[in-house]
Write a protein that binds this ligand. Structure first.
Ligand SMILES: N[C@@H](CCC(=O)N[C@@H](CS)C(=O)NCC(=O)O)C(=O)O
Length: 206
Protein backbone atom coordinates (compact mmCIF):
# COMPACT_ATOMS: atom_id res chain seq x y z
CA UNK A 1 0.00 0.00 0.00
CA UNK A 2 1.33 3.46 -0.92
CA UNK A 3 1.34 5.65 2.17
CA UNK A 4 -0.23 9.10 1.84
CA UNK A 5 1.87 12.26 2.06
CA UNK A 6 1.36 13.74 5.52
CA UNK A 7 1.94 17.35 6.56
CA UNK A 8 1.53 18.12 10.25
CA UNK A 9 0.96 21.71 11.36
CA UNK A 10 2.33 21.70 14.87
CA UNK A 11 3.86 23.54 17.74
CA UNK A 12 5.77 21.19 19.98
CA UNK A 13 4.44 21.81 23.54
CA UNK A 14 0.76 21.68 22.47
CA UNK A 15 -1.78 18.99 21.69
CA UNK A 16 0.11 18.46 18.42
CA UNK A 17 2.47 16.32 20.56
CA UNK A 18 -0.24 13.64 20.34
CA UNK A 19 0.01 13.54 16.56
CA UNK A 20 3.82 13.53 16.49
CA UNK A 21 3.87 10.59 18.93
CA UNK A 22 1.29 8.68 16.87
CA UNK A 23 3.24 9.24 13.64
CA UNK A 24 6.37 7.87 15.29
CA UNK A 25 4.56 4.81 16.68
CA UNK A 26 3.08 4.29 13.21
CA UNK A 27 6.54 4.53 11.62
CA UNK A 28 5.30 7.06 9.08
CA UNK A 29 7.28 9.87 7.46
CA UNK A 30 5.76 13.33 7.63
CA UNK A 31 6.55 16.95 6.95
CA UNK A 32 6.44 19.17 10.02
CA UNK A 33 5.05 22.64 9.37
CA UNK A 34 5.41 25.47 11.84
CA UNK A 35 6.76 24.15 15.09
CA UNK A 36 6.80 27.71 16.40
CA UNK A 37 4.08 29.75 18.14
CA UNK A 38 3.54 32.02 15.12
CA UNK A 39 2.01 29.16 13.11
CA UNK A 40 -1.12 29.55 15.29
CA UNK A 41 -3.65 31.82 13.58
CA UNK A 42 -1.50 32.17 10.44
CA UNK A 43 -3.20 32.32 7.03
CA UNK A 44 -1.39 29.11 6.04
CA UNK A 45 -2.83 27.22 9.01
CA UNK A 46 -6.29 28.80 8.76
CA UNK A 47 -6.55 27.36 5.26
CA UNK A 48 -6.35 23.89 6.88
CA UNK A 49 -8.06 24.52 10.25
CA UNK A 50 -10.74 27.24 10.15
CA UNK A 51 -9.87 28.35 13.69
CA UNK A 52 -6.16 28.55 12.89
CA UNK A 53 -5.35 26.08 15.70
CA UNK A 54 -2.76 23.36 16.03
CA UNK A 55 -2.66 20.53 15.37
CA UNK A 56 -3.96 20.24 11.85
CA UNK A 57 -2.90 17.94 9.05
CA UNK A 58 -2.96 17.56 5.31
CA UNK A 59 -3.22 13.89 4.40
CA UNK A 60 -2.70 13.50 0.66
CA UNK A 61 -3.78 17.13 0.43
CA UNK A 62 -6.99 16.63 2.43
CA UNK A 63 -7.32 18.82 5.53
CA UNK A 64 -8.03 17.18 8.89
CA UNK A 65 -8.16 18.87 12.29
CA UNK A 66 -8.77 17.87 15.95
CA UNK A 67 -5.86 16.00 17.50
CA UNK A 68 -7.86 12.84 18.36
CA UNK A 69 -9.25 12.60 14.82
CA UNK A 70 -5.79 13.03 13.29
CA UNK A 71 -4.24 10.41 15.61
CA UNK A 72 -7.01 7.90 14.91
CA UNK A 73 -6.76 8.44 11.14
CA UNK A 74 -2.99 7.87 11.30
CA UNK A 75 -3.47 4.70 13.37
CA UNK A 76 -5.96 3.42 10.78
CA UNK A 77 -3.31 3.80 8.05
CA UNK A 78 -1.12 1.09 9.62
CA UNK A 79 -3.41 -1.76 10.80
CA UNK A 80 -0.37 -4.05 11.15
CA UNK A 81 0.88 -1.88 14.05
CA UNK A 82 -2.38 -2.58 15.98
CA UNK A 83 -2.62 0.97 17.28
CA UNK A 84 -6.43 1.00 17.12
CA UNK A 85 -9.23 -1.56 16.67
CA UNK A 86 -10.88 -1.74 13.26
CA UNK A 87 -14.03 0.38 12.79
CA UNK A 88 -17.05 -1.54 14.08
CA UNK A 89 -15.10 -3.62 16.60
CA UNK A 90 -15.66 -3.46 20.35
CA UNK A 91 -12.05 -2.29 20.74
CA UNK A 92 -12.90 0.67 18.53
CA UNK A 93 -15.98 1.44 20.62
CA UNK A 94 -13.81 1.48 23.74
CA UNK A 95 -11.27 3.71 21.96
CA UNK A 96 -14.11 6.14 21.20
CA UNK A 97 -15.42 5.89 24.77
CA UNK A 98 -12.10 6.74 26.43
CA UNK A 99 -11.02 9.42 23.99
CA UNK A 100 -14.38 11.18 24.18
CA UNK A 101 -14.31 10.83 27.96
CA UNK A 102 -10.83 12.35 28.20
CA UNK A 103 -11.67 15.26 25.90
CA UNK A 104 -15.25 15.98 27.00
CA UNK A 105 -15.19 15.08 30.70
CA UNK A 106 -11.59 15.98 31.60
CA UNK A 107 -9.66 18.14 29.14
CA UNK A 108 -12.47 20.67 28.70
CA UNK A 109 -12.11 21.75 32.36
CA UNK A 110 -8.34 22.17 32.05
CA UNK A 111 -8.74 24.15 28.86
CA UNK A 112 -11.38 26.39 30.42
CA UNK A 113 -9.07 27.17 33.35
CA UNK A 114 -6.22 27.96 30.97
CA UNK A 115 -8.36 30.20 28.78
CA UNK A 116 -9.54 32.11 31.85
CA UNK A 117 -6.05 32.52 33.27
CA UNK A 118 -3.21 33.19 30.89
CA UNK A 119 -4.20 32.14 27.42
CA UNK A 120 -4.91 34.71 24.72
CA UNK A 121 -8.38 33.86 23.40
CA UNK A 122 -10.54 35.58 26.04
CA UNK A 123 -10.00 39.32 26.61
CA UNK A 124 -8.73 40.05 30.13
CA UNK A 125 -11.90 41.82 31.36
CA UNK A 126 -14.07 38.83 30.35
CA UNK A 127 -11.96 36.25 32.16
CA UNK A 128 -13.38 34.49 35.23
CA UNK A 129 -10.39 33.48 37.38
CA UNK A 130 -12.75 31.92 39.97
CA UNK A 131 -13.70 29.26 37.43
CA UNK A 132 -10.46 27.34 38.15
CA UNK A 133 -11.82 25.86 41.37
CA UNK A 134 -15.05 24.29 40.03
CA UNK A 135 -13.12 23.19 36.93
CA UNK A 136 -10.61 21.38 39.15
CA UNK A 137 -13.45 19.67 41.01
CA UNK A 138 -15.03 18.45 37.78
CA UNK A 139 -11.69 17.30 36.36
CA UNK A 140 -10.94 15.29 39.49
CA UNK A 141 -14.41 13.68 39.51
CA UNK A 142 -13.72 12.27 36.02
CA UNK A 143 -10.07 11.53 36.75
CA UNK A 144 -11.26 9.23 39.56
CA UNK A 145 -13.15 7.16 36.95
CA UNK A 146 -10.03 6.80 34.82
CA UNK A 147 -7.91 6.02 37.87
CA UNK A 148 -10.31 3.17 38.78
CA UNK A 149 -10.18 1.79 35.22
CA UNK A 150 -6.38 1.84 35.30
CA UNK A 151 -6.32 0.01 38.62
CA UNK A 152 -7.49 -3.06 36.68
CA UNK A 153 -5.41 -2.77 33.53
CA UNK A 154 -2.14 -1.12 32.50
CA UNK A 155 -3.71 0.37 29.37
CA UNK A 156 -7.19 1.48 28.37
CA UNK A 157 -8.06 -0.86 25.49
CA UNK A 158 -7.29 -4.58 25.08
CA UNK A 159 -4.72 -4.46 27.89
CA UNK A 160 -1.98 -3.23 25.57
CA UNK A 161 -0.64 0.13 24.38
CA UNK A 162 -2.78 1.76 21.68
CA UNK A 163 -3.36 5.22 20.24
CA UNK A 164 -6.08 5.63 22.88
CA UNK A 165 -3.30 5.92 25.46
CA UNK A 166 -1.52 8.59 23.41
CA UNK A 167 -4.66 10.73 23.28
CA UNK A 168 -5.79 10.18 26.87
CA UNK A 169 -2.38 10.42 28.54
CA UNK A 170 -1.85 13.93 27.15
CA UNK A 171 -4.94 14.99 29.13
CA UNK A 172 -3.79 13.14 32.25
CA UNK A 173 -0.35 14.76 32.00
CA UNK A 174 -1.97 18.19 31.66
CA UNK A 175 -3.82 17.44 34.89
CA UNK A 176 -0.44 16.60 36.41
CA UNK A 177 0.94 19.95 35.20
CA UNK A 178 -2.00 21.65 36.95
CA UNK A 179 -1.29 19.62 40.12
CA UNK A 180 -4.68 17.89 40.03
CA UNK A 181 -3.59 14.24 40.26
CA UNK A 182 -3.15 14.10 44.05
CA UNK A 183 -4.14 10.62 45.32
CA UNK A 184 -4.57 9.10 41.85
CA UNK A 185 -1.78 6.55 42.09
CA UNK A 186 -2.90 4.58 39.03
CA UNK A 187 -2.85 7.69 36.85
CA UNK A 188 0.65 8.53 38.08
CA UNK A 189 1.80 4.95 37.35
CA UNK A 190 0.15 5.11 33.90
CA UNK A 191 2.16 8.22 33.02
CA UNK A 192 5.38 6.57 34.21
CA UNK A 193 4.63 3.52 32.05
CA UNK A 194 4.13 5.76 29.00
CA UNK A 195 7.27 7.82 29.66
CA UNK A 196 9.22 4.59 29.17
CA UNK A 197 8.15 4.37 25.52
CA UNK A 198 10.83 5.38 23.06
CA UNK A 199 8.63 7.80 21.12
CA UNK A 200 6.73 9.34 24.04
CA UNK A 201 6.27 13.10 23.56
CA UNK A 202 4.79 13.87 26.98
CA UNK A 203 6.59 16.60 28.91
CA UNK A 204 7.72 15.81 32.45
CA UNK A 205 6.03 17.82 35.20
CA UNK A 206 6.88 17.49 38.89
N1 LIG B 1 -9.69 20.26 20.44
C1 LIG B 1 -8.55 20.71 19.69
C2 LIG B 1 -7.86 21.84 20.44
C3 LIG B 1 -6.91 22.60 19.56
C4 LIG B 1 -6.33 23.79 20.31
O1 LIG B 1 -7.05 24.53 21.02
N2 LIG B 1 -5.03 23.99 20.13
C5 LIG B 1 -4.36 25.07 20.82
C6 LIG B 1 -2.93 24.66 21.10
S1 LIG B 1 -2.90 23.25 22.17
C7 LIG B 1 -4.37 26.28 19.92
O2 LIG B 1 -4.05 26.20 18.75
N3 LIG B 1 -4.76 27.40 20.51
C8 LIG B 1 -4.83 28.65 19.81
C9 LIG B 1 -6.18 29.30 20.01
O3 LIG B 1 -6.94 28.85 20.90
O4 LIG B 1 -6.47 30.24 19.28
C10 LIG B 1 -7.58 19.54 19.45
O5 LIG B 1 -7.52 18.63 20.30
O6 LIG B 1 -6.91 19.52 18.42
Amino acid sequence: MVMPAIKLYEHEPTRSARCRWTLKEAGLEYESIGNAPDIIGSDELTAVHPLGKVPAALIDGRPLFESAAICTAIADLVPERRLVGRPGSWSRALHDQWTHFALNEMECWLWSTELHSFDFSIPGEQRLPGIAEPNALLFRRSAAVLDAALSESDYLVDDRFTVTDIIVSYTVNWGKEDKLLGGFVHLEAYLERLFEREHCTLQRFE
